[in-house]
Design a protein around this ligand. Sequence first.
Ligand code: NOJ
Length: 555
Amino acid sequence: MRISDTSDLWWKTAVVYCLDVETFMDWNGDGVGDLQGLAQRMDYLADLGVTCLWLMPFYPTQERDDGYDITDFYGVDPRLGTHGDLVEAIRTAKDRGMRVIADLVVNHTSDKHPWFRSACASRTSPYRDYYVWRDEPPAEETAPTFPDQESSVWRYDDKAGQYYLHRFYRQQPDLNVANPAVRDEVAKVMGFWLELGLSGFRVDAVPFFLETLGVDGGEASLADPHQYLRALRSFLGRRVGDGVLLGEVNLPPEEQLTFFGGIDGDELTMQFDFIAMQQMYLSLARHDARPLASALLGRPPTSPDCQWATFARNHDELTLDKLSEDERQEVFAAFGPEPEMQVYGRGLTRRLPPMLQGDPRRIRMVYSLLFSLPGTPVLFYGEEIGMGENLAAEGRLAVRTPMQWTAAKNGGFSTAAPSRLTAPVVEGGFAPEHVNVDAQRRDPDSLLHFMMLLIRRYRDSPELGWGRFEVLEQPHDAVLAHSCTWDDACLIAVHNLGAEPRSVPLGGLDASATLVDLLCHGATAVGQDGSVEIVLEGYGFRWLRVTRPGDRRLL
Ligand code: NOJ
């Protein structure tokens, strides 16, 4: 393994963990998670094997979109703590070997942000042109992102006397990045948080953010909105050399490539692979690995410095918007047939374990798959212990319930009265009595221990982040057999998405090699003809390191 030219590109082999400070750990007992609580849990996160924390918005907010409606880009929500608490949390994370990134939400502000208030108050306000205004909404309207609440992306403001653009809720007016003053503000905001110790950002709603360059024409020099994204990346690099921009771009692969900056890779450092995620659920619903395999093979070639971020679940709805209507209905039928499990006509509000009826074989198989796919895995808090959702909570809030630390009151999240909690804890079969960190830490057979093993093996296997991906030929539609190869290292992973046991023949291997199991004891010698037979239980999986005589790797 080469060290010298790879260690700066830490995101290629990171383990990212997304959490909302508000629902993670309440240290002062007021019912709301806080930064001190997070700092107290840094050892847990480091022990789990996390290398990068992604903090969801912790800024002052009107809470119209769970923190994604920000009233002060430079502030810390006083319910969560102070700038001092944040810096302590970042420092503690770094001390434990973890970087911290945070949401950069600059597509819009809250409608209570002083810029927007001033902009509405007068046409001559210096902030008027920070937003996008029209006397009449355009004849051809784009569809609102949250169709359950909004029927248009334009809203008339009485005081302003004009319509403003809001791609999300009406309380989130879009910023106008065609205005150079807004671009300066965005850079200043980035610079501020980088100076406080962040290692980059998860960039919210990237295509929408760039869109206003097109809406208002922009300057000639920004006729291509990607020039602006390149400028932001270059600014980040000047401030923090190995800083990362992890972008939310839910678009078809060829369009995603442009957000990486094409093959030059000089725009977003990483992007979530929404397509593979959606196809994975189709594969799980059908017990057929082929949709996932084609999504992975359909990724466009990118610069080696860029990376795909893989995930099974995030804090939003499990969007299925890139499936066909029939495919989406198949996934709905398999994993969320009830109306209260669905949202916006395109997504599910459930976490993975309830979708799989708590079947430990399937749950482990999915996470094994996730960690073995080429890319950088991103976990959403609570996935490591198999938390469920609260379908009584509205829409996407169903999966944003308090972290379940113990079996005690409020799942050990807070000592406050349950009525004061920022969100109610999950009830029923996935309640803290049944699913919590404390019990799983003591149980070597728990999901938590399994996840720790996966993470350790993933971190031992840089070929997963760096390597050349291949789907290996074998006869079963239910099975995904793939390899990642990098330098002289090769890892083969075999996953059975079906309930029937399967024997999987693999050929074309080096006859002198042995395949050593990484998740259990076992080694299979490759036959003289270069083939092996891998046996899998129903929903079984194996990670196999190809070793050759003389290999000196620790296994
Ligand atoms: C994407 C975020 O993930 C989502 O939670 C939010 O509602 C929108 N962007 C608007 O900021």
